[in-house]
Design a protein around this ligand. Structure first.
Ligand code: SF4
Length: 568
């Protein structure tokens, strides 16, 4: 009878995360072969199977024993943790079979059963760090030369992969993780988010969030998986999150997307894409010349390398494909004036451009742009960026750049007020009759200083008007403030959009100026702490019924409207 090899990965070690097929395979097998610790981890799934467990570094003998038993007609489960095909036993089992001339038609049956690898189980504990292109690199140099591992780390660093480091450190291998960190610091910010997960889904599970700069200050061992974010990864609420795309074609703070579905794949909305590989019509003459030069350089270098290989004797024809490729690349770089020692040039060339989004305005009170500011805007936007005037007296900028810090510096130097985009507070004031009714301006400025840009559960607008005319619609904002007769009126919970849009409820009149900013700050603080994610302020007010002592009213109170001519 033909035997069978069931090569399986049982996942992280908690049976809830072991697949049904994996459990069945263990039950249906005659014998189980695995590393001792792994056999212990699946103890409760074992019935009367013969167990062959050996120590670490005995993978080859385990694979050989498994093939021997299968050739004798047994069903053999070869177990790995995680996934058998990711640094597990699957490859080695096939290598042994190949060595013995195995043919599928008349040889033993082989089934490789997938499991959850550490990159997936650890990522789930960290949040969503591998949402974009990612790679795994094992730092174990027992079977792979360190030089090659270092090259892979370097390449992954340059290419901005999210990187999952397996086998980062052991009692004897302590330098590799230090070297890996140093290589990656050539390409990534010291603040790059890093997650360290030890024994995921096992008894002694530990999860640490740190940064590339500080990761070595934490305990890292053989049971740790190190996940290093890419240039867009961020921390939020003790989660490590990598956005789905570099080029943010979507907005998360509105129900309506800027681009309609049929517009999203258009060339003008994806200037960074290849678009079926067609030649870009916008290619300039100089780009074409550069292309031709590069093509010639590649051809010449290929010829030179071929000639070198021919010239060198068989002795030297051991030159590997990797070395040949590296030699060719080095020569191209030299021709293009890029020295391999010039790390700055190389890392700049490899910096990743992403779309940087922010909003600008001349100020909270000031509504006037200067010609110089408009010129600066045109300069920072360039050919590929976009500017959009919003209903909130701001200009929304989308700028492809790898240097957002430089952009903000330039805009701040030009006197712009910068505001982040998303679920943050924005303060919108009137122009105080071109600055003539200026008494309340310092309070608007102070609210902007203290609260502008603050993260909140959902985008929140504070409207501030300098007199009872409220001609900039403060009462239509989430929090409305109107200066009247030397004091302030407060409105809470307007529903700013939708068919059921309504004004805010007038909750207080005659607030003393010196109390205003603290009061507004405390309202915002309460909402920030207690609001659900994505819960708009008006919904929060309706749910909790009371904010800082102000009572929500199901039926908006009928208020006696005092005559308040402009100027009162
Ligand atoms: S009329 Fe009142 S609300 Fe309108 S801009 Fe002047 S001060 Fe502001």
């Amino acid at each position: 009878m033909k035997g069978k090899l069931l090569v399986l990965g049982f996942g992280p070690g908690n049976h809830e995360h072991t697949t049904e097929r994996c459990k069945e395979a263990i039950v249906e097998s005659d014998c189980i072969i695995g590393y001792k610790t792994y056999v212990e981890l699946i103890q409760e799934l074992i019935t009367d199977q013969k167990i062959i467990s050996t120590g670490m570094s005995e993978e080859v003998s385990r694979a050989q024993a498994a093939v021997d038993l299968a050739e004798q007609g047994k069903k053999v489960a070869v177990i790995s943790s995680g996934d058998a095909g990711v640094y597990g036993m699957a490859g080695l089992v096939y290598e042994v079979l190949v060595e013995r001339g195995w043919k599928e038609q008349d040889g033993v049956e082989v089934e490789v059963i997938p499991g959850i690898s550490a990159i997936n189980s650890c990522a789930s504990l960290l949040g969503a760090p591998i949402m974009h292109d990612a790679c795994t690199i094992s730092l174990s140099d027992h079977l792979t030369p360190w030089e090659l591992i270092a090259k892979r780390i370097d390449a992954a660093g340059q290419a901005d992969f999210v990187i999952s480091l397996y086998n980062p450190k052991s009692g004897k291998r302590t330098r590799q993780i230090v070297e890996a960190q140093q290589i990656l610091l050539n390409y990534r910010s010291p603040n790059t988010p890093v997650g360290l997960v030890k024994s995921a889904y096992r008894e002694r599970e530990q999860v640490v969030l740190t940064t590339l700069e500080n990761m070595l200050e934490h305990d890292i061992g053989m049971l740790t998986t190190v996940i290093i974010g890419n240039s867009t990864t961020f921390f939020y609420e003790k989660r490590m999150i990598t956005p789905r795309g570099y080029q943010r074609k979507y907005t998360l703070n509105t129900l309506k997307q800027r681009l309609k579905p049929h517009e999203r794949l258009k060339r003008e909305n994806e200037p960074w894409a290849l678009h079926g590989g067609q030649e870009e019509v916008t290619n300039t003459a100089s780009q074409k010349v550069q292309k031709e030069k590069s093509a010639t350089a590649v051809q010449t270098v290929q010829e030179e390398v071929s000639a070198t290989v021919v010239e060198t004797d068989k002795e030297e024809s051991r030159l590997t494909a990797l070395q040949t490729a590296e030699d060719a690349l080095r020569r191209i770089d030299e021709r293009n004036g890029i020295s391999s020692k010039n790390v700055d040039t190389i890392s700049t060339a490899n910096k990743v451009e992403s779309i940087f989004e922010l909003a600008v305005s001349p100020g909270v009170v000031n509504k006037k742009f200067t010609p110089k500011q408009l010129l600066i805007l045109a300069e920072v936007i360039g050919e590929k960026g976009t500017m959009e005037y919003t209903p909130h007296h701001q200009i929304l900028l989308q700028i492809p750049t790898s240097e957002p810090g430089q952009v903000t510096e330039q805009l701040e130097d030009a006197g712009f007020l910068l505001s982040p985009i998303g679920d943050v507070i924005s303060v919108k004031a009137c122009d105080f009759c071109d600055g003539e009714k200026k008494d309340s301006i310092p309070y608007a400025d102070e609210i902007q200083d203290r609260l502008g840009g603050l993260d909140v559960p959902k985008e929140l607008r504070i409207g501030f008007n300098g007199c009872g005319m409220a001609c900039y619609g403060a009462v239509q904002d989430d929090i409305g403030i109107v200066f009247r007769k030397g004091k302030f009126d407060l409105f809470l919970g307007a529903k700013t959009v939708g068919r059921t849009a309504h004004s805010g409820q007038p909750v207080s009149e005659g607030i003393e100026p010196d109390k205003l900013v603290d009061l507004v700050e405390s309202i915002v603080k309460e909402y920030k702490e207690n609001g659900h994610p994505n819960e708009r302020f008006f919904k929060y007010f309706k749910r909790v019924k009371r904010v800082k002592g102000f009572q929500y009213q199901d039926v908006a109170p009928k208020i006696k409207v005092e005559p308040a001519p402009c100027g009162d």
